[in-house]
Design a protein around this ligand. Structure first.
Ligand code: SF4
Ligand code: SF4
Length: 99
């Protein structure tokens, strides 16, 4: 496997414990994708009982499509870290702030 080094905002906390990438309220995907133009939802959410074994990994925000967030520049998240949590039927980026 080839490796790249890239600066990304970290996913500091995620309260969606029904997601397969969630262990102990932390996201352990390599990187997540957030949002569309309407909602800052976590597109990487995957409902499953088999949680990831990669519990030492800290996730980053690989891409964000929520262009109406003030932290979004050129379809990328530019803040230092985000928090994610369930909200109604969705799992949203709680760091979202409208422009
Ligand atoms: S940030 Fe998204 S992919 Fe990561 S644990 Fe939370 S819902 Fe799952
Ligand atoms: S803070 Fe804004 S730009 Fe960053 S992931 Fe959340 S919605 Fe996207």
């Amino acid at each position: 496997m080839k490796h790249i080094t890239i600066d990304m905002p970290i996913v500091a906390e995620c309260l969606a414990n029904k997601c397969a990438y969630n262990v102990n309220m932390k996201c352990h995907a390599r990187a997540i994708t957030v949002g569309n133009s309407m909602h800052a939802g976590c597109d990487t959410f995957f409902s499953g009982s088999g949680h990831t074994q990669a519990a030492g990994r800290t996730a980053g925000v690989g891409a964000c499509k929520s262009t109406n967030c003030k932290f979004n520049e050129d379809l990328e998240c530019m803040t230092d870290s985000i928090r994610v949590a369930p909200k109604g039927q969705e799992v949203n980026c709680m760091t979202f702030q409208p422009r």
